[in-house]
Design a protein around this ligand. Structure first.
Ligand code: LER
Ligand code: MN
Length: 300
């Protein structure tokens, strides 16, 4: 089987909608039926997981029934063996790789853009070896001097992503475009806009995600945002909604039910991955947050 077909199978299994239209549900499965079949797959970034070594962190995850780990992309190629060894005989997979590339894709300096393309390719190859769904990429943070926000910028972005997307497919993984709040990255702020870039690139190697933290500031509806991303949605980040701590540390503000409804309606089978700090005892706050999300998932 060729790489592209392998990859498409993986993405379908990992949760991107298998159906073609972003809002279309397969005729044989209506929304209510779909809701009943989707389970919550939780992932933790390694940096926030209690434990001194990867093995201790994975032991902690297994105790909580967490099945995904999200790793940073820095020096990933040199860590593939160490990570694969630590994951052997465990029910944990690498969910996604979070950034770690150099330069930025929207740079007006061609050298910075090339740095981004080259280092992203290196991370994508390692991500593929580790079986990750993809590598999270922000096209430009506000502090990075970029092309002005014009049609030309968008056209150029789509062309560069096409190259990265095809490379990702060859390595059985994907780029995951991440919209951030306006304080961090004005260029790409909404999940639907990221999805529309994916549609224009038209490569299975270009997908997008939603991060509840940023969505709190930019979206009018969590459910609407996820549904609008449709088949392009491959990953989700989560944090408390006022201070970016563990879900639950901001009390009643930490309600994800509307977003979870959208994920269920989509038939989303990817991961909901923690990206946050904590003000409490990590051992306790992570496990309380996992319990809270499971409770809210049931209610959605
Ligand atoms: C940054 O705020 C963020 O959400 C990260 O996932 C970016 O890579
Ligand atoms: Mn994020």
């Amino acid at each position: 089987m060729n790489n592209r077909r392998d990859f498409i199978k993986k993405i379908a299994a990992a949760g991107a909608l298998a159906s073609a239209g972003s809002l279309a549900l397969p005729a044989s499965l209506n929304a209510a039926e779909k809701k009943g079949k989707v389970s919550l797959n939780i992932s933790l970034q390694d940096g926030l997981t209690p434990g001194k070594s990867l093995n201790e962190k994975f032991d902690y995850m297994e105790k909580l029934g967490v099945t995904g780990v999200e790793l940073g992309g820095g020096k990933l190629a040199s860590r593939v063996k160490e990570i694969s060894d630590a994951l052997k005989n465990r029910n944990i997979k690498v969910s996604a790789i979070c950034a770690g590339f150099n330069g930025w894709l929207l740079a007006d300096d061609p050298a910075e853009k090339q740095k981004c393309i080259d280092s992203s390719k290196e991370i994508l190859a390692a991500a593929g070896e580790l079986g990750a769904i993809g590598m999270v990429l922000v096209p430009a943070f506000n502090s990075q001097k970029s092309y002005p926000h014009t049609m030309e910028t968008r056209t150029r972005l789509v062309a560069d992503l096409k190259e990265l997307g095809e490379y990702a497919v060859r390595h059985k993984t994907a780029i995951i475009l991440e919209p951030l709040n306006r304080g961090e990255a004005f260029y790409l702020r909404q999940v639907a806009d990221a999805a529309s870039i994916c549609r224009d690139v038209n490569s299975p190697g270009i997908t997008c995600m939603g991060d509840f933290w940023h969505m709190t500031h930019e979206e009018t509806s969590d459910r609407g945002a996820f549904i609008s991303a449709g088949k392009y949605l491959s990953h989700v980040h989560i944090a408390s909604r006022k201070r970016r701590l563990m879900p639950g540390e901001d009390g009643d503000a930490d309600n994800y039910i509307d977003g979870f409804k959208g994920l269920k309606e989509l038939g989303y089978k990817g991961y909901v991955s923690f990206e946050c700090g904590t003000q409490g005892d990590r051992e306790k706050t992570v496990s309380a947050a996992v319990a809270l999300l499971r409770e809210q998932w049931k209610k959605a």
